[in-house]
Design a protein around this ligand. Structure first.
Ligand SMILES: NC(=O)c1ccc[n+]([C@@H]2O[C@H](COP(=O)([O-])OP(=O)(O)OC[C@H]3O[C@@H](n4cnc5c(N)ncnc54)[C@H](OP(=O)(O)O)[C@@H]3O)[C@@H](O)[C@H]2O)c1
Length: 384
């Protein structure tokens, strides 16, 4: 049992949202106050009937208009994107799980930070786009941002072994995705089905494609910089195909602390929910009675050029994260719709990032403008 905590789950119908609800099913003391979804309204209704939250938010007005909501008893149905900010800042809520995918999750994550909540952050794009504003705001409001990404949860746990000054480097592990062992020449011919077949993790479509290009690791490098306040020069990426070691922290004396568990997102979600407590939950445990090997080797940045973009953006900051994220979101959607090749995703990110008018200390409106500019540029490139 953990201390009683009231939770809003933004994006409850997604992969992370559903894992979070599975955690709530098993851990006493966690109460769901609000849930949200966009297109999967039947699933959202099912969740409302089971968890009886005070609020259900259907983020897309048109989709909600075309859906017949049944009587949900004491659950109030709210419609529209602005309601996401409302449920992210409710007085009675202790923890907001930010699990909407893409920059669409930024406004509600921002609302939670501004109102001083504890944010269990899965939506890494919020930090990629607006890391400096999110962390400044958290410092002002007293909000706590707890990582949900398994790598960052691992780093967060390992960091407890020493002081910030004693950290030598942070090492993020990457499974390497489905093309880890492919010949570089074959990458142009990758199909959507092949890219969606992740070897170790079962996730939403966007992050699965990001994992296949290794753009996901790039976004995670930027996320680590903001979460842990470390420069890009102290972050490294290593391929670890088994996805058992979720990341490592090396300290100045040469000691390296790793966090290990089977690849299941319920553990980092539960840890963020129950932090600073650890409680019994539904997460599987390692079977150390079976032979197990753990491999580590450096990533191939020639085959996965997306990796370099993350280090570059983490180094320069400013408006570059908003541009990289926007082009990547559009490029992934275009690849899923079979409009561009797999390798085009990284190429177009590189090209538009290089063309953009860099702003070192952007405000939120400037970040939104950079995001829109980048989306227009990729649209021009696709129509050329
Ligand atoms: N999945 C993982 O294992 C994993 C691991 C680490 C980090 N993350 C991060 O967690 C976030 C969520 O990933 P996911 O894999 O759970 O994605 P997902 O399965 O695609 O779910 C996304 C959620 O966001 C909602 N949503 C999508 N577009 C929206 C919009 N415009 N406005 C409001 N809500 C919207 C979806 O609603 P509908 O489904 O109802 O349309 C769904 O609830 C991402 O930032 C991802 O990088 C995921």
């Amino acid at each position: 049992m953990t201390r009683n905590k009231n939770i809003t789950i933004l994006g409850s119908t997604g992969s992370i949202g559903q894992s979070a609800l599975e955690v709530v099913r098993h851990v006493e003391g966690l109460k769901v106050i609000a849930i949200s979804g966009r297109s999967n309204l039947s699933k959202l209704v099912e969740q409302a009937l089971e968890f009886k939250p005070r609020y259900l938010v259907a983020a897309d007005e048109l989709m909600a208009e075309n859906f017949e909501f049944p009587d949900l008893g004491e659950t109030e149905v709210l419609v529209g994107e602005a309601q996401l900010d409302f449920i992210a800042s409710l007085d009675e809520v202790d923890i907001v799980l930010a699990a909407i995918v893409g920059v669409a999750g930024l406004p509600s994550a921002w609302a939670a930070v501004e109102s001083g909540k504890t944010i269990a952050l899965a939506n890494k794009e919020a930090l990629v786009v607006a890391g400096h504003l999110m962390t400044d705001s958290a410092n002002r409001s007293g909000a706590t941002i707890l990582p949900v990404d398994s790598e960052h949860s691992a780093v967060f746990q390992a960091l407890k072994a020493g002081s910030p000054e004693e950290v030598n480097r942070i090492v993020l592990t990457a499974s390497g995705g489905p093309f880890r062992d492919w010949d570089a020449n074959l990458m142009e011919s990758v199909t959507v089905d092949q890219a969606l077949a992740h070897p170790t993790w079962d996730m939403g479509q966007k992050i699965t494609i990001d994992s296949a290009t290794m753009m996901n690791k790039s976004l995670e490098v930027i996320e680590a910089k903001w979460l842990f306040g470390v420069p890009a020069s102290k972050i490294e990426v290593v391929i670890h195909p088994q996805s058992i070691v979720h990341s490592l922290v090396e300290f100045v004396d040469g000691s390296t602390i790793a966090q290990m568990s089977p690849p299941d997102m319920m553990l980092p979600i539960q840890y963020a929910f129950t932090y600073p407590d650890r409680v019994v939950g539904p997460c599987p445990k390692l079977d150390l009675g079976q032979p197990m090997s753990l491999d580590f080797y450096p990533p191939d940045t020639t085959k996965f050029p997306a990796l370099e973009l993350g280090f570059e953006v983490a180094k320069f900051g400013g408006s570059s994260g908003a541009v990289l994220n926007a082009v990547n979101e559009e490029a992934v959607a275009a690849f899923l719709n079979q409009k561009i090749k797999f390798t085009d995703i990284t190429t177009v990110c590189r090209n538009i990032l290089d063309q953009h008018n860099f702003e070192p200390f952007p405000t939120m409106p400037q970040l939104i403008a950079a995001d829109q500019w980048a989306r227009q540029e990729i649209s021009k490139w696709m129509n050329a």
